[in-house]
Design a protein around this ligand. Structure first.
Ligand SMILES: Cc1ncc(C[n+]2csc(CCOP(=O)(O)OP(=O)(O)O)c2C)c(N)n1
Ligand SMILES: [Mg+2]
Length: 357
């Protein structure tokens, strides 16, 4: 099933291919409404994931992006076909926003054979190369050198593609981050590293706040040590993210030099779906950030500007709930992976570099 055909009944959410605007910054009403629907898709999907986890239908780990949606929604709006996207384990939105079929993504979380990687990866290891998603990684910081390598390859192969590399605040205290940022800055001097580092600074790595992790809490400024320029953006404000995303994506594409945007955001959900007791932050703090929920902020703007009314907002949400019910049903009713799959896709096939399998 292609994303194009499967997404038709999803409450009006257009696929990336249909909605992409060729790199122009377009924050007109229609465009914002389209992105609002995408954020509702992501939120509704992840709320269903949380239910599936509590029902014991989703095993292993599950980390949702609830509260952070404006970041990936804004940056992936600037995605151009052929670009690479790489992230850590909070990866459902990236797959959905790139146009992966929600049914196959949910089936992956359910460990089913119809999953996006045949049920072998689970929530943390989504992969959809045709859509530009190169994972989904569970080892904190482990994907950062890979993203820098993709960016190098893109220039080496003389394309104008870039790599959007998403990383958490916690990942920046990992050694792999520093090694990769160093070589990225160095390669960037010769225009050989079109890598856009997108820091999803949600202010915590599991239960440890940024203040308790590093003495230098200005995360973007850490890149000064590696000669990479940077800026910050309000990651709760979709319009602000969109502006930064389109401008910096094109800059990286043109110059071949890496660049950093630190998006200040907040995960209102627990770190992982199994984390029921939170002792590291207060209820008041979460409540305060909920008041700046990115979906709530965008709703407010759309209502104020008469782009949508309350009835239409409700209609979008209830249609999406129905769509996602179908998505969960598909995952639930799908078959387990076949036994033979245990041995498939273990090694890459033969190619000019690797020789025979
Ligand atoms: C190398 C490594 N060390 C520790 C862990 C355990 N761990 C899982 S998530 C996490 C926090 C990472 O925080 P951050 O990068 O800010 O991402 P966020 O969860 O906030 O999105 C840690 C330490 C891990 N998965 N990998
Ligand atoms: Mg974090």
């Amino acid at each position: 099933m292609s994303a194009e055909s499967e997404n038709k009944g999803d409450g009006g959410v257009e696929t990336r291919e249909e909605s992409r605007n060729g790199g122009a910054v377009a924050t007109n009403g229609e465009h914002l409404v389209d992105l609002y629907k995408k954020m509702i898709l992501v939120r509704t999907f992840e709320e269903a994931c949380q239910r599936g986890f509590r029902q014991g239908k989703i095993g292993g780990y599950l980390h949702v992006y609830i509260g952070q949606e404006a970041v990936a929604t804004g940056f992936l709006d600037a995605y151009k076909e052929g670009d690479a996207v790489i992230t850590a384990y909070r990866d459902h939105p990236h797959a959905l926003l790139l146009g992966s079929d929600p049914k196959n993504v949910m089936a992956e979380l359910y460990g089913k054979g119809t999953g996006i990687v045949k049920g072998k990866g689970g929530s943390m290891h989504l992969f959809d190369v045709k859509k530009g998603l190169y994972g989904g990684y569970g080892i904190v910081g482990g994907h950062i050198p890979l993203g820098v390598g993709f960016a190098y390859a893109m220039r080496y192969q003389e394309t104008d593609h870039i790599c959007q590399l998403y990383l958490g605040d916690g990942a920046m205290s990992n050694g792999a981050f520093h090694e990769a940022a160093n070589i990225s800055g160095l390669w960037g001097k010769d225009g050989m590293n079109p890598c856009l580092f997108i820091i999803e600074n949600n202010q915590y790595g599991m239960g440890t706040s940024v203040e308790r992790t590093t003495a230098m809490t200005d995360l973007a400024a850490k890149f000064d040590a590696y000669g990479i320029e940077h800026e910050k953006v309000d990651g709760m404000d979709l319009e602000a993210v969109l502006e930064a995303a389109h401008r910096t994506t094109e800059q990286v594409r043109e110059t071949g030099k890496p660049y950093v945007v630190e998006a200040l955001t907040y995960r209102t959900a627990p770190h992982g779906a199994g984390d029921f007791f939170e002792k590291y932050r207060t209820k008041d703090e979460v409540k305060k950030w909920r008041e700046r929920d990115p979906i709530g902020l965008l709703e407010h703007k759309l209502l104020e500007r008469d782009e949508l009314d309350e009835d239409k907002l409700e209609e979008i949400k209830s249609e999406m709930k129905e769509t996602i019910q179908e998505v969960s049903k598909f995952a639930d009713e799908s078959e387990e992976p076949a036994m033979e799959e245990l041995y498939s896709d273990v090694y890459s096939g033969s190619d000019e570099y690797m020789g025979e399998e």
